[in-house]
Design a protein around this ligand. Sequence first.
Ligand SMILES: [Zn+2]
Length: 95
Amino acid sequence: MEESLLLSLGLAIVLGLIPAAIARSKGLSFVEWWVFGTLLFIIALPAALFAKGAKSRPSNPTNQLLYEGKVKRCPHCLAIVAADAAKCPKCHKAL
Ligand SMILES: [Zn+2]
């Protein structure tokens, strides 16, 4: 009885490594996801797979605005323009 309990605990700890490894590859905390994966593997695995990693979040403000769709880049001169602009303020070409 005690052996099977230890066996399933060991299995849970090993299974917990899977979402932890996925989370770490996305720049998230390995230990936090390991604990989460050990306790709730069934939930942690899809959560890790669909989690938005820290790496995918843009770090600078311009990229953040581009990411949120508030601004866009002019395809002609690459200037940053408002998302709803019809004409580029820099090169005056239609967007
Ligand atoms: Zn332009």
